[in-house]
Design a protein around this ligand. Structure first.
Ligand SMILES: Cc1nc(NNC(=O)[C@H](CC2CCCC2)CN(O)CO)c(F)c(N2CCN3CCOC[C@@H]3C2)n1
Ligand code: NI
Length: 186
């Protein structure tokens, strides 16, 4: 079970590397990595356990953030109504964005990152809709169309696999400026 001490922080070179492709069948180590990353998200989204283990809540976690430079990220985007199934829940391996909307989307609250301790205010313009191809822990290939919140989260995680951090996208001069007709996501 990961704790905050296990999360790599900005400045650690692992966060600025392009992560390596994962081979199948998954090694025992990679299977455990996948399980532990999803476990972190589940625990962090439980108010009691989040407090108990002093975690920062998360809806995504990428392998480089636990010091492993591999193309793997856990994503757990809950539905607005918590007793509905999550909008997206899976461990995405060797993910590729195969197509993306011209239209941008951005979280109205801006973004944060478990690996970035400081707040960096500003909009992070991403693609509002993406088609994502990835392999799951069983090696099955999935091709999913995502929009708004889950699309934003997956792009944040895939960025980590390419050594990109959210604030790289924030407009330095006008942090709260977003391209015209950007979908603002709350
Ligand atoms: C949007 C949000 N970002 C949270 N944290 N940051 C993260 O997840 C980082 C990744 C996200 C930052 C912006 C896009 C992706 C982690 N990142 O660094 C991984 O690369 C949250 F915690 C959160 N939610 C809403 C849902 N809630 C359900 C109940 O439990 C609490 C939880 C809080 N929403
Ligand atoms: Ni992050």
């Amino acid at each position: 079970m990961y704790l905050m001490k296990d999360i790599t922080r900005d400045g650690n070179p692992v966060l600025r590397k392009r992560a390596a492709k994962v081979s199948f069948p998954l090694s025992d180590e990679d299977q455990k990595l996948a399980k532990d990353m999803m476990k972190y998200l589940e625990v962090s989204q439980d108010p009691e356990l989040c407090k108990k283990y002093k975690l920062r809540a998360g809806v995504g976690l990428a392998a480089p953030q636990v010091g492993v430079s591999k193309q793997m990220a856990a994503v757990l985007v809950p539905a607005p109504d918590e007793d509905e199934k999550p909008l997206f829940k899976d461990v995405i391996i060797n993910p590729v964005i195969v197509s993306e909307s011209v239209q941008y989307g951005a979280l109205t609250e801006g973004e944060g990152c478990l690996s970035v301790d400081k707040d960096v205010p500003g909009y992070v313009p991403r693609h509002d809709r993406i088609t994502l191809r990835y392999q799951d822990v069983n090696g099955e290939t999935h091709k999913v169309r995502l929009k708004h919140y889950p699309a934003i989260v997956c792009q944040h995680e895939i960025d980590h696999l390419h050594g990109v951090l959210f604030y790289d996208h924030i407009n330095k001069d006008q942090p709260f400026e977003a391209p015209a007709d950007t979908v603002m996501i709350s």
